[in-house]
Write a protein that binds this ligand. Structure first.
Ligand code: SAM
Length: 304
């Protein structure tokens, strides 16, 4: 998910701040706690996301795509960018409700390991893996990637879709991703970014972060692409591609907004006022695309 954006007049809440708040004390030092959002009732996400509960951008590159087909297209795009052909080992960091691990296991026979600190996501993924007949290929580990034990040089691919925004120490994350990869393994990161360092600086200093930071996530920081590239290079990666997915994320969020409106009664039955809160957040996020914010897919290789 994207953390925050603002329309060109800057009236909407700006991005999350660099200071963990809310339930942050539950997380280890150096990591941020976003479980207040991701540990909500999984049914909430089933009501406004696609059928795979993929909580990140779809890919709308052909006419007439539904949210579901755009998310499938995106999963195939991720597999392609990672160079997966079948049977590889993939580590999905910030696995959400398992769209990546379940897809890579079911479609490509990959051994897929998902990581997330949010406890409720793990039971959900285990149940879906059993339903899809891929329980032997899918494993999840609960915890923050920054502090979790991961076998070194044991994965062909590492992915982070919409999760690095929740990780305060970029250098640590890229270093750990590289350490987890075998030689020539690839890292895929797709993330919402401020369009440059000046926009990042300006919105970090504005007031009014409370709604997005406290009411939705707990912590998030959208760095410009240049910061992600710098951290990737410093960790020893070669950058092999960058795709601009900004318009795709705008379309994705439009589809989520339609779902929130259509199912407002059911969302409010789970948590009164939830439909309005989600609508406000998603509208704010969509107002900034192209003005203050962008969404990119960055692919890197451990080539040495
Ligand atoms: C926006 S969701 C994206 C989920 C999934 N990648 C997808 O595309 O559907 C962000 C995910 O990152 C997880 N997350 C947040 N902080 C994390 C951390 N430090 N380590 C690993 N996962 C984290 C959240 O629990 C959540 O599952």
């Amino acid at each position: 998910m994207t953390v925050a954006a603002a329309p060109p007049d800057g009236t909407a809440p700006p991005a999350g701040t660099a200071t963990p708040t809310g339930t942050a004390s539950a997380a280890p030092v150096g990591v941020a706690d976003t479980n207040q959002h991701y540990d909500l009732d999984p049914e909430i996400f089933g009501l406004f996301l696609d059928s795979r509960r993929k909580y990140s951008s779809g890919l709308y590159r052909s006419e007439g795509l539904t949210l579901d087909s755009a998310q499938l297209a995106k999963l195939r795009f991720v597999a392609d960018r990672l160079g997966l052909r079948g049977g590889e080992r993939i580590l999905d960091v910030g696995c959400g409700w398992g769209s990546v691990v379940l897809h890579m296991a079911a479609e490509l026979g990959c051994h897929a390991v998902g990581v997330s600190p949010a406890g409720r996501q793990h039971a959900y993924i285990a149940a879906r893996a059993a339903e899809l007949g891929v329980a032997d290929l899918v494993e999840t580990r609960q915890g923050h990637f920054e502090t979790l034990d991961v076998e070194p040089a044991s994965f062909d691919a590492v992915s982070l879709l919409g999760s690095i925004v929740h990780m305060p120490d970029l250098d640590l994350v890229f270093r750990r991703a590289r350490a987890a990869l075998r030689r020539n393994g690839r890292l895929y990161v797709s993330e919402s970014c401020f369009r440059n360092a000046a926009a990042h600086e300006e919105f970090d200093r504005r007031g009014g972060t409370e709604f997005v930071r406290d009411s939705i996530f707990g912590w998030g920081d959208m760095r410009p692409l240049s910061e992600l590239v710098r951290a990737a290079e410093d960790a020893g990666f070669s950058v092999i591609s960058v795709d601009d997915l900004t318009e795709d994320y705008r379309r994705t969020i439009e589809d989520w907004l339609v779902n929130v409106a259509d199912r407002a009664d059911r969302l409010d039955a789970i948590s009164p006022g939830l439909a309005a809160t989600l609508t406000r957040y998603l509208q704010v996020a969509n107002a900034g695309w192209g003005f203050t914010t962008k969404h990119y897919a960055l692919v890197c290789q451990k080539s040495r």
